[in-house]
Design a protein around this ligand. Structure first.
Ligand SMILES: Cc1cc2nc3c(=O)[nH]c(=O)nc-3n(C[C@H](O)[C@H](O)[C@H](O)COP(=O)(O)OP(=O)(O)OC[C@H]3O[C@@H](n4cnc5c(N)ncnc54)[C@H](O)[C@@H]3O)c2cc1C
Length: 457
């Protein structure tokens, strides 16, 4: 008889429950279902929605795909993901478009300039200085407002920034299509049981020390040896993440394009101006999208303490959680946000300057203090793992993220991320503002206060 397998370290759980089927949850489910160590593990995925839903962070007409990061570790991860979008089924059937990305800042040492410099260094590292731009590849520096203006002459036609570079190897994906495809893949493979239900709380042993699973709004309890919380910006509803992760609402506005404009803008590089915090995705799903990559709005709400041991002592805690069209079907952007989008349109795409917005939306980042993901075991509860903290840049990593998450589940976090994705010391602040040097626009805005100032210009 062959000797039994030696016990693995850490022991492999007999069952894993993943809460949330966004980028973090789906990628975890996919990687676990292929990993030999988990071939006997029962895998369950729960989401509030049976199919990817428009109010969640992973669903939209576009998400940027780039290796353009000032931090070399994320630049390398982005480059690894990029290879999948370009060269595999991940990006097939029109899901990925290699339009190029123009990363820009205003000169003078303001916000964003250092990030653009760092990013340029990372994407050109190992290549000859200012390697020549060829059709569809390479990096080209754009120095001065006039050179940038000439670059966009005949397409966007406006002032997108003063200095930066275009990286022809970056682009964007149709995030909605990708999520539908990835979800179907998980379902078709048949390894993961997919349940639909709203998680209302986590289940603990009587002493509160061990995680048992989750309770759904229907009253059903779903149990597992390991629970992975991947509920994106909603994660703070079931785990006390104060000071570590917090929901911030980011504005998006859309204008419809006619067919001629869709053709004209189809392959125009996305301009992302980090000083202004604004960017435009020229053409996806029949519209042009204006977005702010900023500090966002906090939406503080009072909730019962998620830790059962503290629930009776305190009258709850304040955390920032998303407010979406689910709670507010008639949502329209606060005036301040609509103004920022309108100014961006007038400046970057004068041809569409006064075209009405067909839709506005708040999309919620799960923000962490420095913009690092939060992928780690919870130190206080056995059997609880966190896979969240996308901080506005998680989507592009989808093809490679699940494997990294599984490495962390196996307590082998990637060396370059082990101090970034861990459970760090922090003050339990009600909400936080990410400072990763990539954010622009106003800081410290509370959603309710901005809504009270008015909406609809
Ligand atoms: C405006 C905006 C622009 C962005 N741009 C980019 C970009 O250009 N490039 C990039 O790489 N990244 C970008 N991102 C970031 C990226 O989209 C996110 O990091 C990523 O999608 C987050 O995935 P997630 O799985 O953490 O969250 P989500 O996609 O929000 O998934 C969370 C899931 O949990 C479920 N859930 C929540 N509460 C419950 C509950 N109580 N019970 C059951 N299920 C629940 C939700 O239904 C949802 O499916 C952007 C994000 C936003 C908001």
């Amino acid at each position: 008889m062959p000797p039994p397998n030696p016990p693995s370290d850490p022991p492999i759980p007999s069952s894993i429950l993943i809460l949330g089927a966004g980028v973090f949850g789906l990628s975890t489910a996919l990687s676990l279902s292929h990993h030999p160590s988990f071939r006997s593990t029962r895998l369950t995925l729960v989401d509030r929605f049976a199919t990817p839903h428009a109010a969640t962070s992973s669903v939209d007409s576009s998400r940027l795909v780039r290796a353009d990061y000032a931090d070399p570790a994320y630049a390398a991860l982005g480059a690894a993901a990029n290879a999948f979008w370009k060269g595999s089924e991940w990006g097939a059937d029109g899901r990925y478009r290699q339009s190029g990305l123009c990363l820009l800042a205003e000169k003078g040492g303001g916000r964003g300039e250092g990030y653009v410099r760092g990013s340029l260094e990372n994407v050109t590292r190992g290549k000859r200085e200012r390697e020549r731009e060829r059709e569809g590849e390479g990096v080209r520096v754009l120095d001065g407002r006039e050179e940038v203006r000439r670059f966009y002459e005949g397409s966007l036609g406006g002032d997108v920034g003063e200095w930066g570079y275009v990286n022809w190897e970056s682009g964007w994906v149709d995030a909605e299509k990708v999520m539908r495809w990835a979800r179907k893949r998980v379902e078709d493979e048949g390894r993961v049981e997919c349940l639909t239900g709203e998680v209302t709380e986590l289940l603990y042993t009587g002493d509160g020390a061990r995680m048992l699973g989750a309770k759904l709004a229907s009253g059903e309890e779903v149990r597992a040896e390991l629970t992975v919380v991947a509920m994106g910006a909603w994660s703070g509803r079931v785990v006390d993440l104060r000071g570590r992760a917090s929901a911030t609402g980011q504005i998006l506005a859309y204008v419809d394009l006619n067919e001629e404009q869709q053709r004209k803008f189809a392959n125009v590089p996305v301009p992302l101006n980090l000083t202004r915090g604004m960017f435009v995705v020229p053409s996806s799903q029949g519209h042009l999208k204006i977005a702010r990559h900023g500090f966002g709005y906090a939406n503080p709400v009072r909730i019962p303490h998620p830790d059962p041991r503290k629930r009776r002592q305190a009258d709850g805690i304040t955390v920032s959680l998303p407010r979406t069209t689910i709670e507010d079907p008639g949502f329209w952007a606060p005036r301040e946000a609509e103004q920022a989008c309108r100014e961006t349109l007038r400046r970057m795409v004068p041809e569409l300057a006064e075209r009405p917005f067909s839709k506005t939306r708040l999309c919620w980042y799960c923000d962490t203090p420095k913009g690092d993901y939060l992928i780690t075991y919870h130190p206080d509860f056995e059997g609880l793992f966190l896979a969240t903290g996308g901080s506005g840049h998680g989507f592009k990593m989808l093809p490679v993220l699940g494997d990294k998450i599984v490495d962390c589940v196996l307590r082998q976090p990637p060396e370059e991320f082990k101090h970034k994705w861990c459970w760090s010391d922090s003050q339990p602040e009600d909400f936080l503002w990410t400072d990763d040097a990539s954010r622009g626009g106003p800081q410290g805005m509370i959603l309710d206060a901005e809504m009270k100032k008015g909406s609809k210009l």
